[in-house]
Write a protein that binds this ligand. Structure first.
Ligand code: SF4
Length: 246
């Protein structure tokens, strides 16, 4: 893993999904096989495979302190093309510093991560107005998780993190994206721990080999995703949890 401290030119960027996005890191050590952000590699100048390098934007908070005064307050997505709580956040605390500033200035925030490290920042997350925190949880089966996301935290640790956040009074959501085999069993595990759920199918080509190698081809068809989506939507609705598909 190549880790480099870099000085970024800006940090609060426009996004197509939410008005603003903050990526305190370039690259992501979670290295999920289907990572939708891997296209970013060509803009980084790195020759290493996606997942084998992380640039740490050590001046992230310093930039945000200035940029937040010049831009219009609107929803900020943390993060778009990296996990803001990947392991290096434990040391650098860049996400935490950015959240502190956003809370001080009253900006709305959506946090999205696969890491239970997010609970470290419950003290700040509780301060935000119109804030929500989501954990991406793609399957209930940790064996399947290890096939597709071997470097990301275990599923149970993510569920426990959601529970702690929810108990702290923070609006929580689960991002079941992509719906991996075993995602059908998530509703009962997430009951009482999330306010909303977002579903998405696997529409990235990168994981085809993993499906084939593990004889899971029948779990990567349009029919499978449609059926799983129907099962999940109806189960979450029964639990009183709103469910949307992107
Ligand atoms: S956590 Fe997100 S950004 Fe990081 S490798 Fe996985 S899908 Fe990509």
């Amino acid at each position: 893993m190549l880790i480099k401290e870099v000085t970024a030119k800006s940090i609060l960027s426009p996004s197509k999904i939410y008005p603003w996005v903050i990526n305190p890191y370039t690259g992501c050590a979670h290295k999920c096989s289907y990572c939708y952000a891997s296209f970013m590699k060509r803009f980084t100048g790195h020759l290493e495979p996606w997942g084998d390098f992380v640039d740490v934007k050590v001046n992230a908070a310093e930039l945000l302190r200035k940029e937040i005064l010049k831009k219009n307050p609107a929803m900020v997505w943390i993060s778009g093309v990296c996990d803001p709580y990947q392991p290096l956040e434990g040391k650098y605390q860049l996400t935490r510093q950015c959240l502190e500033l956003l809370a001080q200035h009253g900006w709305p925030v959506t946090v999205q991560t696969r890491s239970p490290l997010v609970v470290r920042d419950i003290d700040i997350l509780k301060l935000g107005k119109d804030w929500q925190v989501g954990l991406s949880i793609t399957t209930a089966d940790d064996g399947i998780r290890k096939l597709f996301e071997p470097y990301a935290p275990p599923i149970q640790a993510r569920i426990d993190a959601l529970e702690k956040l929810h108990q702290a009074g923070i609006h929580t959501y689960a991002m079941i994206a992509p719906m991996l085999p075993g995602s059908e069993d998530l509703p009962e595990l997430l009951a009482g721990k999330v306010d909303t759920v977002i579903l998405d199918r696997m529409n990235y080509n990168h994981s085809t080999a993993i499906y084939r190698r593990n004889h899971l081809e029948d779990k990567m068809t349009d029919e499978y995703f449609a059926m799983t989506s129907t099962i999940l939507r109806s189960a979450f609705t029964r639990l009183g949890i709103s469910c949307q598909q992107v």
